[in-house]
Design a protein around this ligand. Structure first.
Ligand code: AQP
Length: 334
């Protein structure tokens, strides 16, 4: 029997998880855990870049862990852990920083977009974020990284760094990972401003569906979603981003081909599309929301899952880090 390939992915607990995170990442993870050796992290160190920590970060981290489980991640199949519990992430990130060029980081679209919001004091962490992400992935020798479209460029940098270090050290220290981008749902758009992606840290909550939103809130947000001035309902993300976004949500949540969902709305109104989409989203999230609340009420069990996952992640990560340290000539720890 061949050893399954490794997958690593994570979500930042910057705020509560959104429908975009769920459809673009989490829902795929649930399928992938059957076939691959999976590591799923709550990447809390990344969140410090914009959230700057505090009680909310801790609460959001527990919430993220509970959401992974409620969505269907099975801790007996996948390793669940919190990024900051594994010190190797920061150590490898520093090493990779020494092999990353400023020009490469300056070209990152997410850095350019997010630094505009930061004003005069742009945290260096925002600039170096893709390097920490590369460390997250390379420590576990991940072959595949399921991400939404927004992370494609960061993954490309991870590949470059893996190849650069492998060449520099004259040996395959790191597996060169490939992105796993779902054909549909990889970029769920904001409901209010459908030309930008739905984001946890959007300044306007009305365009974002949080997994914690109740049924009325979800319905209200979808019914007020921006559509366009036409009448026909078709998948055309360039000219009809709002309508296309709702069609995609239904297709992914109902596990139906996009063309089949589109065909249901040949002679229908935008109002019907919105109310059906609201029903589909509410129904899909109801079960998950109930489970999240039950899981959050039992912190001892969540802690036990984390402890098991951390021990497993620590062993794998340290193995990679030790090889890197040796190869680069850093003195052994003992
Ligand atoms: N709108 C989206 N559609 C599809 N996938 C998405 N992802 C994020 N937004 C969408 C995917 O979710 C995973 C976790 O993302 P992240 O927490 O690392 O941060 P992000 O990509 O920066 O996502 P957000 O929600 O926009 O967070 P903030 O506001 O904190 O920056 C990734 O796989 C991502 O691709």
């Amino acid at each position: 029997m061949t050893t399954p390939q490794t997958i690593l992915s994570g979500i930042q607990p910057t705020n509560q998880i959104t429908l975009g995170n769920y459809l673009g990442a989490l829902k795929n993870w649930v399928k992938l855990q059957q076939q691959y050796r999976c590591y799923f992290a709550v990447v809390d160190l990344h969140s410090l870049v914009t959230a700057r920590g505090g009680g909310e970060l801790a609460a959001n981290s527990w919430y993220a862990l509970a959401t992974y489980l409620a969505a269907g991640i099975n801790p007996a199949q996948a390793c669940l852990f919190v990024q900051s519990h594994i010190a190797a992430h920061c150590e490898l990130a520093w090493i990779l920083n020494c092999f990353t060029w400023m020009g490469e980081l300056g070209r990152m679209t997410q850095f350019k977009d997010k630094s505009v919001k930061e004003g005069a004091n742009i945290p260096a962490g925002l600039f170096n974020y893709p390097v920490l992400m590369a460390a997250d992935i390379l420590l576990y020798q991940a072959a595949l990284v399921p991400v939404g479209e927004d992370q494609r460029q960061h993954l490309e940098l991870t590949r470059t760094l893996a190849q650069r270090l492998n060449k520099h050290c004259g040996q395959p220290l790191f597996k060169v990972p490939a992105p796993y981008i779902a054909p549909v749902g990889a970029k769920i758009m904001d409901l209010r401003y459908p030309h930008i992606k739905m984001s946890k840290t959007a300044t306007h909550a009305d365009g974002v569906i949080f997994l914690s939103d109740d049924a009325d809130t979800i319905s209200r947000k979808i019914k007020r979603a921006t559509t366009d001035s036409g009448r026909d309902i078709s998948y055309d993300p360039d000219n009809k981003p709002g309508v296309s976004n709702l069609l995609v949500m239904q297709a992914v949540l109902l596990d139906l081909p996009l063309a089949e969902v589109c065909s249901r709305y040949q002679e229908q109104s935008y109002g019907k599309l919105k109310s059906d989409t609201a029903d589909v989203v509410v129904a899909a999230l109801r079960d998950i929301q109930g489970k999240i609340n039950t899981l959050l009420a039992d912190r001892t069990s969540l802690r036990r899952i984390l402890d098991t996952g951390s021990a497993q992640a620590q062993a794998t990560a340290q193995q990679t880090l030790n090889r890197v340290r040796d190869t680069l000539g850093l003195l052994p720890l003992t």
